[in-house]
Ligand binder design. Structure first.
Ligand code: ADP
Ligand code: MG
Length: 686
């Protein structure tokens, strides 16, 4: 870093704090906007809000003693008059700003009490007859960091650009000319020189929006590097051996015969895709996306049966105990009649019971186990684990994926992995974020579902809503009442649910009201859920623990309190708990006014559609990809230059370019990836 003149140890430290450690980092730290100091604007042509250079003569200089002492200068250039206002000024400064002085000023113009003015402009005197010193290029304004001034940034980037001109080899061009031509991308060095010092006539609007070809070039390269790194990861992982789980179909056939329904076309297609993967001797890594209620569980069960037919073990993991338990019940209902035992392992299992379960997994006596993260604790050893199924994975960064894979690995062989999610993600984004996975989409709901009707009602009409619950329950249907609170305070959320349950028990004496929340003991929760499922409870008051997976088809009414606190994805998941049976279902979003604009939009989206993909697209627009993919904390989908939303049109071309580069210039792949991701991301280099 200190190869750049002017970067002393102090600045080097400040730069390092924001990850700027090399000359290349400096070059990739792009200006966020520009000022035009390349020409003089006549004062008469200034408008409020402009940032401009003016040259004029001081006609009057007065000190005003108003609310604040200020120095006011009147600057004239023959086309108009501008006031310069200073609140802080030294005696020396003041004596330099006398009548008759010719000044060059740069600043933002605003309308003041006596016409247009600039407050604290940058200025310098210009001698009579001297040409005003102007810049040769637009002035870059850098996203700055604590203690680093724009001037330092400009100096540092200037030095880095100089170095780039003198030694272009420091930053090689890795995109081959034919690729640059076909995607119309300027050269790297050219793009950087342009963006750090655009010529006076550069399109500032386009630059501000990040749509200039020079910016596109850099975003393209960054996305390409990301894509290539995930593909490399994928290739490495495919090289590991896995058991070929061929299976003879005997268990699968028996399950299909016993099911009370036919698989949808989409379920059949995805089951076939998984089946083909499992027969390979390299580990499957497949992500199945399917909207809530699309029937992912039975697809998972069929995959599990294929592994069992091939004499391997299967572990099914769910993110919460409640959800794991639902799976346990489904699997037991479906598989026990086939003579298969389903094991059960969660964090609650301790002592002897746990020991015993572990021992049976290690010996191979137990072939199939359902549970939570407890399944992947260190002392859990399988005799022949062939398939890991992970359901409803929400937080889903590449690091989490890698960690899970590591845990599933036993004695040299990597089990096949199936991941299921109800978070539908637009295809191009999925291909960008999950390039290390194969994708299957269950894009069809089972027949006979009636879309949920959704209304938004202010909480001032709570009594009406309670009445609605009473009517539904009296008609033999069941309802959820969901209490939400900010996620951080689970305790408060549980408390609110308890109060609501008490209140509703009082208000609905004829109805049987149950309560489930995250702080209850597992056995208690189980008992309540079982009672609701079997129809012994009419109304279930719950926190957002029921967000995913809970499946009670007779429940046809859902009240969500304070829906404005939740994101679209979460609302969609919650609402997915109803509309699972044949009766028409309703969802009431009982909000607390006033709503912010963003909240209004979210509730409007919920009223207008039940299409998970549409909702996901709107969610992306409203919250951005980091939130939607659950990777915001890891910073994974946050790029230095690219912006997945803004640069969506690049995502497809980047896929193609990645393949072209791999085919035509494989030797360029590694240095390209290193340039963008190398030092920071563990998964690049493993
Ligand atoms: P999700 O994809 O949200 O996990 P589930 O697997 O819980 O969905 O399935 C939702 C409900 O639909 C369950 O009651 C399940 O038994 C039922 N189901 C699944 N597939 C079909 C189908 N092809 N026809 C009818 N019902 C189905
Ligand atoms: Mg599910």
């Amino acid at each position: 870093m200190t190869v750049l003149k002017g970067v002393g140890p102090r600045n080097a430290e400040r730069l390092a704090a924001i990850g700027v450690e090399t000359v290349q980092d400096v070059l990739f730290h792009l200006p966020s906007r520009y000022q035009d100091r390349t020409r003089v604007t006549p004062i008469g042509a200034l408008r409020h809000g402009d940032q401009a250079v003016v040259v004029g003569t001081v006609e009057a200089a007065d000190i005003r003693y108003g609310r604040r002492r200020s120095l006011l200068l009147r600057l004239a250039d023959g086309s108009g008059i501008l006031t310069l206002r200073f609140f802080h000024f030294s005696a020396a400064q003041r004596s330099g700003l006398v009548r008759g002085t010719r000044l060059l000023c740069f600043g933002e113009v605003r309308s003041g009490p006596t016409g247009l003015e600039m407050v604290h402009p940058e200025y310098r005197p210009v001698a009579e007859g001297e040409a005003p010193p102007l810049e040769q290029s637009l002035t870059p304004i850098y996203p700055t960091t604590e203690g680093m001034h724009q001037l330092s940034w400009r100096t540092i980037s200037g030095r880095a650009l100089e170095l780039l001109r003198q030694q272009p080899g420091r930053l090689p061009e890795w995109l081959p000319p034919e690729l640059r031509r076909s995607y119309r991308l300027p050269e790297l060095a050219e793009a950087l020189l342009f963006l750090h010092r655009p010529p006076p006539d550069a399109p500032r609007e386009e630059l501000l929006e990040g749509r200039h070809p020079a910016q596109r070039r850099l975003a393209f390269e960054e996305l390409l590097a990301h894509q290539l790194s995930l593909r490399a990861l994928r290739r490495r992982q495919r090289r590991a051996g896995a058991p070929a789980l061929v299976g003879d179909g005997r268990l699968r056939r028996r399950l299909l015969q016993r099911l009370p329904f036919q698989l949808t076309g989409a379920q059949q297609r995805v089951t076939a895709e998984i089946g083909a993967d499992l027969r390979q001797e390299r580990p499957m890594m497949r992500l199945v996306q399917g909207d809530v209620g699309s029937g992912k569980t039975v697809v998972a069960a069929l995959a599990a049966l294929q592994a069992l037919e091939a004499d391997h073990q299967v572990a099914l993991m769910a993110p919460t105990e409640l959800l794991a338990e639902q799976h346990l019940n489904s699997f037991r209902r479906w598989l026990e009649p086939l003579g298969l035992e389903v094991g059960w392992l969660t964090g609650r299992h301790k002592g002897r019971a746990r020991e015993q379960e572990l021992q049976r997994l290690a010996s191979g006596e137990l072939r199939l186990v359902v549970g939570t993260h407890a399944l992947f604790q260190q002392d859990v050893v399988f005799q022949a684990l062939g398939l890991v199924i992970i359901d409803e994975q929400h937080r889903f960064g590449v690091h989490q994926r890698m960690a899970l894979r590591e845990k599933g690995r036993t004695a040299g062989a990597t089990p096949h992995q199936l991941i299921m999610t109800a978070t539908p993600i637009p295809r191009t984004l999925a291909m960008t974020a999950y390039a290390d996975l194969d994708l299957s989409v269950i894009d069809q709901l089972p027949p006979g579902r009636t879309p949920v009707t959704t209304v938004a009602i202010p909480d001032s009409r709570r009594e009406q809503v309670v009445e609605r619950v009473r009517a539904a329950c009296a008609a033999g249907r069941q309802a959820y009442w969901v209490c939400t609170l900010v996620e951080e305070s689970e305790a408060l959320q549980c408390q609110a649910a308890e109060e609501t349950a008490r209140e509703l028990t009082g208000a609905l004496p004829q109805q049987r009201v149950g309560l489930v929340h995250g702080r209850m003991k597992g056995a208690e929760k189980e008992a309540v859920m079982a009672a609701f499922e079997s129809g012994q409870l009419d109304l279930l008051v719950a926190t957002t623990v029921i967000e995913v997976g809970v499946d009670v088809p007779n429940a046809s009414l859902m009240i969500i309190e304070n829906p404005e606190r939740l994101g679209l994805a979460q609302l969609h998941q919650l609402r997915g708990r109803v509309g699972r049976g044949r009766v028409e279902s309703h969802c009431v979003l009982m909000y607390h006014p006033p709503l912010t604009g963003n909240a209004q939009e979210r509730l409007a989206v919920m009223r207008e559609t039940t299409d998970g993909f549409l909702i996901a697209r709107r969610d992306l627009e409203l919250r951005g990809p980091g939130e939607v993919l659950g990777t915001r904390q890891t910073g994974e989908m946050q790029f230095r230059i690219a912006d997945v939303m803004r640069d969506q049109p690049l995502l497809e071309p980047v896929q193609r370019a990645a393949q072209e580069l791999l085919d035509g210039h494989p030797e360029r792949v590694r240095p390209l990836v290193r340039r963008w991701i190398g030092r920071r991301e563990r998964y690049i280099d493993a």
